[in-house]
Design a protein around this ligand. Structure first.
Ligand code: ADP
Ligand code: MG
Length: 679
């Protein structure tokens, strides 16, 4: 059997299962081997009946006493219950929708049962237990891998396919040169993969996973090393500071200590003769834009251009306005390039950028398209807001003569992780909000309170404040009638509020011109209530907005909710956020609670991690790094660092085997990055 053999060559995989597997990117034997279990069931958990709480299953040994009773409820709903005796305690095993079990469990025989127990008064139950005869328990006490659900393919079928594969003399190439493997005391790939699918012990799974993580961490480090050059000398010279000082002096507010120290970091970078690569990280509303404006002003007054990339057109427009306002008196010319420009306008702007008349260019990733020529690009700022991928960033910094780069991000990434994401870079943190900000009062309600919430929004509008109502979807959907869509919400709201209020709506499917007009009207206070999708999630900055109601809030991730809430409380007014959900699920309510109770992005990210585990750390996937697979970037920092050293050694090696390995790993890395960037 070969790694690349089609999955259809396995017994038991016909066209139907083949299609189902293919939908989960499992096309070859190798793909299935790389389909790792999500978790393992370990039935070696004895305990007293009282221990089997709701969240933890236990194994008991019990005697079947009788034949049980099958109740048909309706359709194919049924309950089968059968009395057991476990160390002289009576307990009932309850099975839902498994009528075929009647007759399988034999009277007066002993079995092991594994399941969650319940205690009701003095009565014990064990719910939907798995079981095996006590005198012939088979694999009952071995770890059982549980794979992610693939419709139409039971867990056991996957196991059987893997048994075929592993007993079919599959050649598993190790890749990693033998000497390195031994040096780091790693198992071979073949034995690691076997341990993962057919574990004898927990320790075996652990060792197997360590090997996979090692590969993953090494790959990422090698990819990053191949992207990062050593710190390059810069011939951008900055000598004139007067204009920048004047700008800072004329700001309508005083910079916070954090903002000042970020500016110091940047000035330090500009002076030290190397190309700057700096991440500026600060929570929503901490005032990152002004840092960009000050830096751009400094560049302009020393004869260099700045390119500022925003994640969306709307934000490009908005930042254009902020730049224009703040730079009004400093003689720095700002242009915005967006998709909605007419051909002629666009050509003229590009000309001014090329001949140096324009100092600051603001746009979306259109700015990295080859058609933009800069006269003298000195600084590239990416307003990250977790939207860009590493690859796009790479392309931009290749343009012109090594400009300085600065990435603005609201995602609270730990330092080491930032290193992984961005390669070699320095980090500045803005860790305070501007003075006088009042914490946003946040509440969670269900739909029954909508009218009260609307009345509240109305009272805010009466005070000349503006408000947002957010819905997850643009159109109503039949499958999810409980989820709010912007069209129906808009019509409800339009009826609810009379002509005294101007109501707008905004979503991604409107034309660019239309979007611009609406945002402009909202900025100028002509629209008091804006019904929108999460399109306003990042960056919209209107200090007069004092309330946001987020409908079907369960549909949004924690990072999104935090960003959405960050749209209010940007001025001196006390602001409010209403999370509206009809969900009763404890998980959802726990997530809502996190937002209600916490204000800082860092805290919320930590909670998000605690609730959901690794995998998608705070919208982390969108950073454009390959899937971390089994590697958990938060918990495996040490490994990531260890493999970084190895990656450096591999890069300098001239050994043929090592070089071949390096090439192969990098090929995979860039393929994965490419796939992510395309999404
Ligand atoms: P973000 O970090 O989310 O990008 P912004 O740069 O949009 O935040 O700033 C949020 C708001 O705070 C803006 O209205 C901005 O004018 C204001 N702001 C920025 N710095 C200060 C400061 N030092 N004092 C008062 N207001 C500030
Ligand atoms: Mg911002």
């Amino acid at each position: 059997m070969d790694w690349d053999d089609s999955i259809l060559t396995l017994k038991g995989v016909g066209p139907k299962r083949g299609t189902a597997l293919e939908e989960h990117q499992i096309k070859s034997v190798g793909n299935l081997v790389n389909f790792y279990p999500k978790r393992y069931i370990d039935r070696n958990v004895s305990g007293s009946l009282d221990d089997g709480t709701e969240s933890k299953a236990i194994t008991i040994k019990a005697l079947v006493c009788g034949y049980g009773r099958l109740q048909r409820i309706r359709g194919n709903l049924s309950i089968f219950s059968i009395p057991l005796l476990c160390e002289e305690v009576k307990i009932t095993a309850v099975f839902f929708n498994q009528p075929y079990l009647k007759g399988v469990l034999k009277d007066n025989q002993e079995y092991y049962f594994y399941g969650k127990t319940e205690k009701n008064g003095e009565k014990f139950k064990i719910m939907n237990p798995q079981f095996a005869p006590a005198n012939n328990a088979g694999r009952f006490f071995e770890l059982t891998p549980v794979y992610s659900k693939i419709p139409g393919i039971p867990n056991d079928a996957i196991r059987k396919m893997l048994v075929q594969i592993f007993s079919g003399h599959l050649e598993i190439e190790d890749g990693l040169p033998e000497s390195i493997r031994k040096n780091y005391q790693l198992p071979t790939m073949a034995s690691a993969l076997e341990a993962i699918h057919f574990p004898k012990t927990k320790a075996a799974v652990f060792n197997g996973k360590e090997r996979l993580k090692f590969n993953e961490a090494l790959k990422i480090n090698m990819g990053i090393l191949s992207n990062a050059g050593e710190s390059k000398f810069s011939n951008i010279s900055i000598n004139t500071f007067e204009g920048m000082k004047a700008l800072i002096g004329n700001l309508p507010y005083e910079l916070t200590q954090s903002q000042k120290s970020v500016i110091d970091d940047i000035l330090e970078d500009f002076k030290n003769g190397h190309v700057m690569n700096r991440l500026v990280q600060g929570d929503v509303g901490s005032g990152k834009t002004v840092i960009a404006v000050i830096s751009a002003c400094l560049m302009a007054q020393n004869g260099y251009q700045t390119a500022y990339m925003a994640p969306t057109e709307i934000l490009a427009q908005q930042h254009g306005r902020s730049f224009n306002t703040l730079l009004k008196n400093s003689g720095v010319s700002v242009e915005i390039i967006t998709g909605s420009l007419k051909t002629k306008e666009r050509r003229e702007i590009l000309e001014r950028v090329a001949n140096g008349e324009t100092s600051v260019v603001i746009g979306t990733h259109a700015l990295i398209q080859d058609s933009v020529d800069y006269y003298n690009l000195g600084l590239v700022i990416t307003d990250e807001q977790h939207r860009f991928g590493v690859k796009q960033r790479g392309r931009l910094s290749l343009k012109g003569n090594q400009p300085h780069t600065m990435v603005m991000s609201a995602t609270p990434i730990p330092r080491t992780l930032a290193l992984i994401l961005y390669g070699d870079l320095s980090v500045s943190y803005i860790d305070e909000l501007p003075k006088g900000r009042k914490p946003i009062k946040t509440y969670c309600y269900d739909d029954a309170s909508l009218h009260k919430i609307f009345s509240f929004l109305e009272s805010e509008m009466k005070k000349n404040r503006q408000v947002f109502v957010i819905c997850p979807f643009i159109e109503a959907s039949e499958e999810m009638s409980e989820v709010k869509d912007i069209e129906s919400v808009y019509s409800v709201i339009a009826k609810r509020f009379d002509e005294n209020y101007n109501i707008g709506f905004l979503h991604s499917r409107l034309g660019n011109d239309e979007k611009e007009e609406i945002i402009k009207a909202f900025n100028q206070g002509e629209i008091q209530l804006l019904v929108a999708t999460s399109i306003i999630e990042v960056g919209i900055d209107v200090p007069n907005v004092s309330a946001i109601a987020i409908l079907s809030a369960e549909r949004f991730g924690l990072s999104q909710l935090h960003q959405l809430r960050g749209r209010v409380g940007r001025g001196e007014h006390q602001s409010f956020c209403f999370l509206v959900t009809n969900s009763k699920s404890p998980e959802t309510l726990a997530r809502m609670e996190v937002i209600v109770k916490n204000r800082s992005g860092k805290k919320i990210a930590d909670e998000d991690y605690r609730l959901r585990g690794p995998g998608d750390y705070f919208g982390f996937k969108q950073h454009g790094l390959p899937d971390f697979g089994v590697l958990n970037p938060m918990d495996d920092m040490a490994l990531i660092q260890k493999t970084r050293e190895l990656a450096e050694t591999l890069f300098n090696s001239t050994d043929k085997e090592v070089m071949a390995y390096r090439e192969k790993v990098l090929k995979t890395f860039f393929k994965e990055v490419e796939e992510i960037s395309l999404n």
